[in-house]
Design a binder for this molecule. Structure first.
Ligand code: PGA
Length: 261
């Protein structure tokens, strides 16, 4: 299967931005600008938890999907401030971003804790978007493939990919997130190719051929087309630029190779 046979998937990761009213306005603008494009690519919005049920109502019956930015691995319990997979699912989410580098670096998440979340998300019926990526020091020390390979192997350990509801990977070099400094399309594609190889070793060639790997880290309308034209780059995980409906639209158009708007 080549890149053209894998459907693009573009996710907006809003992080901790927008209040409820701003969020609802942004969802409405994104629907207006991108709903017709969602026939050709999978589009996913990941607003803060507090916005999910309102966004779910807005997206109900439409082709744009809803996702969350994190979850706890336990099904329920005395974990003040946490949210479970089932809570997300019943709030209208189909996807959940797991192991984002901000979770790893600011909140102490490890490959092991991410693995627990991946397993719980799959058994609840959510599609995980598993994020991996190396720091600048690791890249400069020539450890990129080793680091991201380990994140995937450990993150997916003990999972059965066939039950994973279309599991998605996201390669996000830590040094490119929110910095304006992005990996070149060649650099990114090389890592994506390596990740596909790791997946092939774990789960076989057919599964590796079909899995979608997003690139994330300073994706903008200006660089999105070149990135998503590469053979192993199947979409984008967009932070800052997803907070503006017109730039999100432009990124989707660039990924699909459609000009104008
Ligand atoms: P950015 O964030 O597009 O603002 O760099 C991407 C991400 O962290 O998912």
């Amino acid at each position: 299967m080549n890149r053209a046979a894998r459907r693009l998937i573009i996710t907006g990761n809003w992080k901790m931005h927008t209040d409820l009213v701003e969020g609802a306005t942004l969802v409405a603008e994104v629907i207006e600008r991108t709903e017709s494009l969602a026939l050709s690519a999978d589009l996913v919005l990941c607003p803060p938890y507090t916005h999910l049920t309102v966004a779910a109502t807005q997206l109900s019956g439409r082709s744009i999907s809803l996702g969350a930015q994190n979850m706890h691995d336990a099904p329920e319990g005395a974990y003040t401030g946490e949210v479970s997979a089932r809570m997300l699912l019943t709030s209208g989410c189909r996807y959940v971003i797991l192991g984002h580098s901000e979770r790893r670096s600011y909140f102490g998440e490890t490959n092991e804790s991410v693995n627990g979340k991946v397993k719980s998300s799959i058994s609840a019926g959510l599609t995980p978007i598993l994020c991996v990526g190396e720091t600048l020091e690791e890249r400069e020390a020539g450890q990129t493939e080793q680091v991201v390979g380990e994140q995937v192997r450990e993150g997916l350990s003990g999972t059965d990919p066939k039950t994973a509801h279309g599991l998605v990977l996201a390669y996000e070099p830590v040094w490119a997130i929110g910095t304006g400094r992005m990996a070149t399309p060649d650099q990114a594609d090389q890592v994506h190719g390596h990740l596909r190889q790791v997946i092939a070793e774990m789960f076989g060639d057919d599964f590796a051929d079909g899995i979608r790997i997003q690139y994330g880290g300073s994706v903008k309308p200006e660089n999105a087309g070149a990135l998503m034209a590469r053979p192993h780059i199947d979409g984008a995980l967009v932070g800052g630029a997803s907070l503006d409906a017109s730039s999100f639209e432009a990124i989707v158009r660039a990924g699909l190779g459609i000009n104008g708007g």
